[in-house]
Design a protein around this ligand. Sequence first.
Ligand code: FES
Length: 294
Amino acid sequence: MPVDEDKYPVESDRRRFVKGVVGGATLAGITTAGSAAVNSATAPSGQGGGTTTFRAVENTDGPAPRGMPQIPIELEPIDGEDDYYIKGVWPEVSTETQQGREVKVAKQDIAGVTYSSEWFQYCGVQTYTGVYPDAQEENSDLTNYFRYTESSQYEWQSSEVSGGDRMKLSDFEDYETWENGVGTPGIGKPATGTWRSEGLEPAETMPVEIIRSKRIEQMAKENPDSWLAASTDQGVMAHLNKCTHFCCVPGFKKEGSAKFAAADAIYCQCHQSVYDPFNIVEKSFVALPRPSKE
Ligand code: FES
């Protein structure tokens, strides 16, 4: 599979504009990939990075070079309530010997897919505390719960829950009928959140998006042994919410997306990239190494 494949262009005015951006992005991509290759060749072991295959919400339009990485979820029963917390699965941490040194890696097999911390190592996230395999050993505040962002583009989120609250399954119970006046009603209910970011500076906050959708539930049911079935539960799917173009934070059913045929998709307002949360694809990219902590 080609790494960071670009599929482009180019009929309308909008696309001509985008094409200009693509040129820049492609160049930036080459620079990044080149420096990553140099870094991983020369960096001490244990920093991760390099060509990584991952599962993504598919990029269907705009200058983004690939989809955004999915985060497998799990539901944790809440004591004394008929409800669940929604958590992101962090890959199992183990110790490997690389170049004669013992290093920590976060990697596990899920339904035949190798899920690793490297999936998230782009757009500066490779420097965040939460992306280090053993971050929780050194930062006891860090958890895998998804927590609501302080502010949200979604009215339901601003009025019904508070920033920092842990996301609960019951918050999404109207997912089959929810609408916000953008796109098709009832196609899915989104929320914006953070992950593995407690107590860290805002610049180290890992942005995530959670979508609960009947479509996802259906697809998982039809393919019970698939990655999709293993990485979602009761229609809840999560992805790192960093656009793979220039790192903006996109959104599902976002205001302004209808003009770009993205009303039922995830839309990035910066340069009109579009992602399809109902099509999970396998992609490869060159993950950036984590800076050495020593
Ligand atoms: S399209 Fe450029 S940052 Fe998202």
